[in-house]
Design a protein. Sequence first.
Length: 404
Amino acid sequence: MIALISEILCCSGSAACSCICGVCQRRFGTNWQQQVKLGYIGLSLAYFGLGVLSIAVGPSINLKLAEVDCDNEDEKCFGKNTVHRISFALGSFHILMIVVSLVGGKFQEVLEQGCWFLKFLSIFALLFLSFFIPNKYFDWFFICSILFGIGFLLSQTIILIDFAYKWNESWVENYENNLQSSFWPFCLITATGVLWVMVSITTLANFIYFQCESSVIITLIVLVISVGLAVLSSSSWIEHGSLLTSSFLAFALNYLNFSALASQPEDICNSWETSDQNYILITVDLGLSLVTLVYFAFKPEDTQEEPALPMLEMAQLSGSPTSPYSNSSDSKQKTSESAAQFHTLMMAFGMSIGLLLSNWGLEGGWRSYMSFGVRESQVLLISLLFLWSLLAPKCCPERDFDLN
């Protein structure tokens, strides 16, 4: 009976996903692996929304859970406690998926690419069971999530720089292939202009909300770094530089600096209201995280495959719920490795959801020196890595950086 119910749930989930995937294949030319990864991103995004809902309305809910003791004090299992339990559930789920990816075989194919409704229920089951774990154990989990959160930020930094380069390369290539059209030059100029307008807005907001001498100095330093990197990147001395790439990273630098200054605990230096305005920062943070995850899901080794639509239709006609790709051992090995890498990044993101929604607050408060330090460290890291990406071909001319 249980097996029959599981099969029904798997089939219903696969049918729904097939409808959605068909639209993506016809409209965007995506392949099967990319769609599977987008499904996992959507799954995590749904529970991220649950975390936002928990913070927004959780503390106002007067609900007693039978036989559930989340804390020896009067604090209920809502708000920040629920958020960390969501992180625990998502992290645990992706750890299991990493193990499944490394095992490989037919079991890995079926579980990796199907049974979406069961996956949703399994995360919910992990979340429900976590409410039976006392809050004191999640203090240790919070420390672990900090390590994974730092790992995700390091990965995000590298991926965002690579994304900025690829974005520029893609639009420049489209322009060169359509020299008679003014569409792509308009897109390049508009995107660059919009990004610098956003840089100006964040810089102006810094001067308005954070008027301490130290905050003003930090803002000026970040602005000078942003302009300097943009000038260097667009100069003739850097053959592979581009203004669009530096514009996107300039926005990232100035936004991260703004969010860092908004995390300062002292009211005298920080007039940013820690209420509904925090959802602006959460939204932008989530946007940067989604850019990181989606770009990683569409990494080059996956895009080399042909779109999955013709083969998927053949698989559906034959009644096969599994991947429509080749059964060669090399192909399966690459697919398993790619899935394991993706689930590792998703695990780090899942573990850091609690940090993202609490702004790295150790005690659940929005403002903390830890959040300030983490965000300013990411500003410094992005600046150094982008500078190195510009200067590396000059410093090491004998090495091939594949810039053509």
